[in-house]
Design a protein around this ligand. Structure first.
Ligand SMILES: Nc1ncnc2c1ncn2[C@@H]1O[C@H](COP(=O)(O)OP(=O)(O)O)[C@@H](O)[C@H]1O
Ligand SMILES: [Mg+2]
Length: 393
């Protein structure tokens, strides 16, 4: 698949009033989704998420304002032409039960009257992209697939016309939590390749934080409460409503977003069995931050900590002097996991190891605290200070 990139989607003062209703379902919504990014619309039930999304492909017509895709007013295009440029994925993927998976995926290419071999090549490619082996799945019927697999076919079908924009309404809502996590990860990997502009609706704030490059939080009446990056929203909620909506465990959520690789690493004092105590003492004295040396095996894998008090005297170090159980963390570990590993050990340092378990550096509990107090980048691309109360919440 070529490096297709999405188009900018912009809402400009968009309002929707349903007939017979006094209050607008969407009220003066203005926001811009940059090309190739995922914007998550999130908020409580009835806040206008689905209405906002369906106005983009004109399943619902706005009563005020305008929406543009790639700078073009969506009202200037025939609805059929517009929808060809927009992939649409809904919760209960409407797969045609009497068509095979291959045929379901080929609906749009058929509509576009592609030749049979081009259609076949494209559908196989799409099934492959969403992680379904075409040879195994092409000729099956939807009722022979699990909910998660059907959802992937829905995504493949939405991608078939290579649309610059995708709309996804609670796409993983019907999938059980364990499989949902896998589908989310898979979708994020897919998105890093296809780089569509995606408007993604969910009522689940954790899903929003995980999936969104930016998040629009809506409140009852279709009012935009905050539009920012997940990090900026968690660090500085714009109102009490947002604060309540993101949850009291906002600090923990921030920890879950950060990764060990983002932390400043400390150079460990590395010790191997049989090394001279006086020599190790000297090296440890030179370090400002460390009062422990790290004993490693011949392959540089950590064996345990050696306290400076156990380095008194002369002669070779005894491996038995090490306190075993140095907590290891990986660059990809979340700060939340790293913190709990470190708090569970006597030395509040984590050993960062590579994929083969070899020491790559140390991280401290303090570094995690510093990270939480560091400025966060907002949708404006600027760094914003974290509010005093929010740095520790
Ligand atoms: N077709 C409709 N006719 C009248 N009111 C509607 C219609 N669809 C949605 N609404 C109302 O508009 C508001 C927003 O609905 P919706 O966009 O579906 O919210 P969400 O997707 O956030 O749950 C709700 O108050 C809902 O009752
Ligand atoms: Mg909805």
């Amino acid at each position: 698949m070529q490096d297709a990139s999405g188009a900018v989607v912009a809402f400009e003062h968009v309002t929707k009033r349903y007939p017979g209703s006094d209050a607008p379902a969407v009220d003066n919504l203005t926001l811009t989704v940059p090309a190739g990014e995922i914007c998550v619309l999130v908020g409580p039930s009835g806040c206008g998420k689905t209405t906002s999304m369906k106005m983009v492909n004109r399943l619902i017509e706005p009563t005020g304002g305008r929406i543009t895709i790639g700078g073009e007013d969506i009202m200037s295009l025939p609805a059929v032409e517009l929808r060809r440029r927009i992939g649409y994925v809904i919760q209960q993927v409407g797969l045609f039960p009497h068509l095979t998976i291959g045929e379901n995926t080929a609906v749009v290419p058929k509509l576009l009257r592609w030749k049979a071999d081009r259609t076949r090549k494209r559908t196989d490619e799409l099934l492959d992209i969403v992680g379904l082996d075409p040879a195994r799945y092409r000729d099956r019927y939807p009722n022979e697939l699990s909910g998660g697999e059907r959802q992937r076919v829905g995504v493949a079908r939405a991608l078939a016309a290579d649309p610059p924009v995708m709309l996804m309404d609670e796409p993983f809502g019907a999938v059980d939590p364990i499989r949902r996590d896998g589908l989310q990860n898979e979708f994020l990997r897919l998105q890093s390749r296809v780089r569509k502009t995606i408007i993604f609706v969910t009522h689940d704030v954790d899903e929003a934080i995980k999936m969104g490059d930016r998040i629009a939080i809506l409140q009852r009446g279709g009012i935009l409460a905050q539009y920012d990056t997940p990090a900026a929203i968690l660090a500085n909620p714009a109102s009490e409503f947002v604060e309540r909506f993101v949850g009291a465990d906002r600090g923990l959520k921030r920890l879950s977003m950060g990764r060990v690789r983002d932390l400043d690493h400390i150079e460990p004092v590395i010790v191997r069995s049989g090394e001279d105590r006086a020599e190790i003492r000297k090296r440890l004295d030179r370090s400002d931050e460390l009062t422990f040396a790290l004993l490693v095996d011949d392959d540089n894998r950590p064996l345990g900590w050696i306290d400076q008090h156990d380095l008194r005297g002369d002669g070779p170090i005894d491996p038995g002097a090490a306190t075993p159980g140095a907590p290891t963390v990986e660059p990809e570990s979340t700060l939340r996991d790293a913190l709990s590993a470190m708090l569970g050990s006597s030395v509040q340092l984590g050993v960062v190891v590579d994929e083969r378990g070899r020491v790559a550096g140390l991280v401290s509990v303090d570094a995690i605290g510093e990270r939480l107090r560091a400025p966060v980048r907002g949708v404006d691309g600027e760094l914003h200070e974290v509010g005093e109360a929010d740095a520790t919440s």
